[in-house]
Design a protein. Structure first.
Length: 428
């Protein structure tokens, strides 16, 4: 048996199947008891009715008997004042119950013979002779116990009630789990969402309280880490500045150049650390409407004025509700990354499926497929050309990733088929 994929459908299947089986068993027992009771009552009525009818016909004058036949006729049996139809003798073993009832009703007063009448509607006849020698035939057409016309309707209504109760029960049971799963999917330590409702059954309350506490602990832990990173990076700027002043007072030489280079790298790393810490708290910038084409033109012109080879293609032709400073920092980091490793960059912009898409393309060495996801992590650097000796700190792409998520978008990296890297920013 192949189980459904969702927990709700599995529970619904189990509950509904169990209820239907239990209800079916109960109904079968009641239906069998009703069948036995109805059959016993019908046979008892048959015995009494046949006994009375035969006694009436036996006492009536022969001329009056035909007029009484319609009065004595019933749904499953009737009387004939002849020898009946030709048929086959009924075997003595396992006779119909109606035949036994007829024997019980009049068998001690009249000599009975039974014949089975074949045909589309098979039935049997009981033959006897009245006191005056006239023949009498009891023609019996066995029929099943009648079923009330309203019974199937009631059964369908009961099944519908069972299905509705099963659906309500499964929904009540799965609802809290579904809300918990959605809260886990939307869990963002940088922007904690609304707390889960802590009302309901005891188990649901325990799970909601535990999740809310977990969300608060994660947010507090990350906030503490970012504050620590920002504090250390900020405090390091002062001693680095003093060291640079002292290096400038040294005599010219190779050691002075090496120290100056190392201090420049340290200063850059500290600035990137502060920027990354601030990117974790980028929600302070209020969003506003921006003409995206004009915004990108301004960015590209700034690069071109400085002599960088940056071009733009495509047009969004839309006004975007976003955080302009955060978006500019994202694109600057991506373009700088492309210029650093390829010497040029191309910006492509457009609308795809209702989403604004900005791509930063380069013709550089690209990134190994296994490391495309890792390079978005803080302080991760690809070995080879993308190392610290080129000025990389491993924070540029991480900052771009954090800022893009803070704007409600997504950042993905992929290698181009013709060579180079494509950094794609999707904004809704």
């Amino acid at each position: 048996m192949k189980w459904p994929r969702t927990l709700a459908s599995r529970l619904a299947l189990i509950f509904f199947t169990g209820l239907v089986l239990a209800y079916g068993l109960s109904f079968s027992l009641q239906a069998y008891e009703r069948y036995v009771s109805s059959r016993s009552m019908m046979l008892s009525n048959l015995e009494l009715d046949v006994s009375t009818s035969v006694a009436i016909l036996d006492r009536l004058p022969a001329a009056e008997r035909p007029a009484w036949l319609p009065r004595l006729e019933r749904r499953t049996y009737r009387y004939r004042l002849d020898d009946g139809l030709s048929g086959e003798a009924m075997p003595s073993e396992n006779p119909p119950m109606a035949a036994d009832s007829i024997v019980k009703a009049i068998g001690d007063r009249y000599r009975l013979t039974f014949q089975e009448i074949p045909g589309p509607n098979a039935h049997f006849q009981a033959h006897l002779r009245l006191a005056d020698g006239a023949p009498l035939t009891i023609d019996v057409t066995p029929a099943s116990v009648p079923v009330a016309t309203w019974l199937p309707v009631v059964l369908l209504i009961q099944l519908a009630v069972l299905l509705a109760c099963t659906w309500i029960a499964v929904r009540l049971a799965i609802g809290p789990l579904t809300r918990l799963v959605q809260a886990v999917d939307n869990l963002d330590p940088n922007h904690p969402g609304p707390l889960l409702d802590e009302s309901g059954p005891r188990e649901v309350r325990y799970a909601a309280v535990a999740f809310n506490a977990l969300q608060a602990r994660i947010a507090a832990y990350l906030k503490e880490r970012m504050q620590l990173l920002a504090a250390i990076s900020h405090d390091l700027q002062t001693p680095i500045t003093r060291m640079k002043l002292r290096v400038e007072q040294m005599d010219d030489g190779q050691e002075r150049d090496k120290l100056a280079h190392d201090l420049d790298a340290m200063e850059h790393l500290v600035r990137e650390g502060v920027a990354y810490a601030r990117s974790m708290d980028s929600g302070t910038e209020a969003p506003c409407r921006v003409n995206l084409d004009a915004f990108l033109d301004s960015l590209v012109f700034d690069y071109q004025d400085s002599g960088a080879r940056v071009d733009r293609h495509g047009s969004a032709q839309a006004t975007l509700e976003t955080r302009p400073h955060a978006l500019r920092r994202v694109l600057v980091n991506l373009v700088d990354n492309a210029l650093k490793f390829a010497g040029s960059a191309q910006l492509e912009v457009g609308r795809e499926h209702g989403v604004t898409v900005i791509r930063v393309l380069d013709d550089g060495p690209g990134i190994p497929e296994a490391e495309l996801a890792d390079v978005l992590k803080p302080f991760y650097r690809v070995e080879g050309s993308r190392n610290r000796s080129t000025g990389g700190t491993g924070l540029g792409l991480a900052i771009a990733q954090q800022l893009t998520l803070a704007m409600g978008g997504s950042l993905t990296l992929r290698n181009r088929a013709e060579g180079g890297l494509c950094a794609q920013v999707e904004l809704r």
